[in-house]
Write a protein that binds this ligand. Structure first.
Ligand code: HAS
Length: 547
């Protein structure tokens, strides 16, 4: 690995795993507070800890990890970064990090207990929103630097399709930049003027809608790097090639088109949006399920074809031939398996009427722990096991591999307990995002007395998860500083499977076309309802009160 990229990626990973450790500790506090087994000291507040938990894990850990993965992979597949690309990446990293530190300081100061979704009417200190703005701008700078690297490659390789990894990185950056437009608009034009007292109020419905315009594609910003690992890395570990280059590219294009005009499926219970627009966005949500089903199909095909190549017979014989003893594979396979109930839960959530049953209950918390919390996070763990040694030149020794197995298995067990309890508790009516304080607290806890539908089960799961997280950080420290140095023969490599693009249509890499269609869909889904919100804003709601 070139020295520049190595340092850059390690700096990103350092932030990622520091956030991971503190974030999971906050998660441990959550399950015990819900279970009534922990009372926080007076200087700490339930919502403060919940905000730290959500932001550090869902936003900070993921984003830093994703950029480390992109930077290493882009250098690996397109060649070493030039000095300009490298410096812009560092500048972006610095801006993101100043933003992150500002946000964390405001949370610790108790000035930003607004949860990771931070929409109005909850209000934080103005500096919290400035931190968020810097965070986003920094990621854009890093993203554009990577796109710059890609453009240089395309100029030098006119008429050729880019390597699949680079294509997918660019698609994810495009998705991220378009998605952020909503949250940037809300932060700059609504939250900052409101938090600093320059305007008297805020248009709450508009702030929520702009947030969710961003908030849903945000989940695909987490998911797509995991899908990159599934499409590009996993086949290499299996010793085979990408199942279909054009299918993989098409699925990423479909995410650019359909992941954004769907934010209203988080707002189905809100009265300020007419049902027609909710219905339209529900239909578009069902469109965005398609690329995930294509991915599932592609993965099953890869596994079965390879398993048969290795001599597996009968209906399921191929399954046994997969490299179960390789934790880089097993961790990602378990991650995928979790996404089957995770995705099914998403389809339930998106089904307009059924959303009434689950909205604002612990079910939703269960849902995102088996989407971002396992399929995405555990794929990142699987990548960590080779990415860090690849960068540090150390060895992922046999004993560390054993520990890694314990880590992914304990994470899975903890997650099964915790998320099953959360789903069931949600169906029984347990609300999310509350410490129960204030209203019939003891009675509320007593409703839930089944074995799986119990806050104790949730706490047991949460504790196993924290232990597993601590073990992961131990492995990370070993791979970074302590494990023995590798030599030329046993050096860790960055696995990239060959992908045959000879039959892939070139229009799949016509970004202008896809960005254009994405904006048309966004305009159709959002123009009228947002204009309505602005026109009918309640008196005193600030800048967007009237036209
Ligand atoms: Fe979601 C709420 C709908 C996917 C994350 N979601 C959330 C929240 C988060 C989140 C964080 O419509 C909470 C937000 C908040 O704080 O309020 N979600 C969906 C839908 C999908 C979906 C339709 N969500 C995700 C992903 C996330 C994520 C991915 C993170 C990474 N979600 C919703 C809705 C809500 C919601 C509503 C709002 C609820 C409310 O009312 O508040 C789809 O993208 C899912 C499609 C996925 C599939 C699965 C394909 C399966 C694959 C695995 C193959 C496995 C293999 C292994 C090959 C159809 C690809 C084989 C293994 C064997 C064992 C055989």
């Amino acid at each position: 690995v070139p020295k520049g990229e190595r340092k850059l990626a390690l700096a990103n990973l350092g932030f990622a795993y520091t956030a991971f450790l503190i974030g999971t500790l906050c998660g441990l506090f959550q399950v015990f507070i819900r279970n009534d087994a922990l009372t926080l000291p007076s200087w700490l507040d339930y919502y403060q800890v919940l905000t730290a938990h959500g932001l550090l894990l869902a936003i900070v850990f993921t984003t830093y990890f994703i950029f480390a993965f992109f930077q290493t992979g882009m250098s690996r597949t397109l060649g070493a970064f030039g000095p300009k690309v490298l410096s812009w990446n560092w500048i972006g990293f610095a801006i993101t990090s100043v933003g992150t530190i500002l946000v964390v300081i405001m949370i610790i100061a108790g000035e930003a207990s607004v949860l990771y979704t931070f929409y109005a009417p909850l209000q934080a200190h103005g500096l919290f929103y400035i931190g968020l703005a810097l965070f986003v701008i920094g990621t854009w700078v890093q993203g554009f630097a990577l796109v710059g690297h890609y453009r240089v490659w395309r100029k030098q390789n006119k008429g050729e399709l880019s390597p699949l990894f680079a294509f997918m990185t660019v698609a994810t950056v495009i998705l991220w930049v378009i998605a952020c437009l909503g949250v940037v608009a809300a932060v700059l034009f609504q939250f900052i003027p409101w938090a600093f007292g320059w305007v008297e109020g805020i248009n709450v419905e508009l702030s929520r809608s702009l947030f969710w315009y961003f908030g849903h594609p945000l989940v695909y910003f987490w998911l797509l790097p995991a899908y990159m690992a599934w499409y590009v890395i996993v086949p290499k570990i299996l010793g085979t090639k990408v199942f279909s280059d054009s299918l993989a590219r098409l699925s990423f294009v479909l995410f650019i088109l359909f992941s954004i005009p769907v934010g209203f499926h988080h707002q189905l219970t809100e009265p300020g949006i007419a049902s027609f627009w909710k219905f339209l966005q529900t239909v578009l949500t069902f469109m965005v399920i398609i690329p995930s089903l294509m991915t599932a199909f592609s993965m099953f095909a890869t596994f079965e074809l390879r398993g048969r190549e290795l001599g597996g017979r009968g209906v399921f014989g191929w399954f046994r031939k997969l490299p179960w003893k390789d934790v880089r594979f097993t961790s990602i396979f378990i991650a995928m398996a979790f996404f089957i109930p995770g995705g099914a839960g998403g389809i339930i959530n998106a089904s307009f009427q059924m959303n009434e049953v689950i909205h604002n209950t612990l079910w939703v918390v269960g849902h995102f722990h088996i989407t971002v919390g396992t399929p995405v996070a555990m794929t990142f763990f699987g990548l960590t096991f080779w990415l860090i040694p690849y960068l540090t030149g150390r060895r992922f020794t046999k004993s560390l591999q054993r520990l890694a197995f314990i880590q992914v298995i304990s994470w899975s067990v903890g997650m099964v307990f915790m998320s099953t309890a959360q789903h069931l508790l949600g169906l029984l009516g347990a609300p999310r995002r509350t410490a129960y304080t204030g209203y019939a607290h003891d009675d509320a806890l007593a409703w839930f007395d089944g074995i799986l539908s119990n806050h104790v089960t949730m706490a047991v799961g949460g504790s196993i998860l924290f232990l597993s997280a601590a073990l992961l950080v131990f492995i990370v420290v070993q791979l970074w500083w302590i494990a023995p140095q590798a030599n030329e023969k046993n050096r860790e490599t960055f696995p990239v499977a060959p992908s045959d693009s000879s039959a892939t249509p070139h229009f799949l890499e016509n970004w202008k076309l896809w960005i254009g269609i994405a904006f048309v869909l966004i305009a159709i889904a959002y123009t009228v309802p947002l204009a309505d919100m602005i026109q009918h804003a309640p008196p005193g709601s600030g800048r967007f009160q009237t036209w």
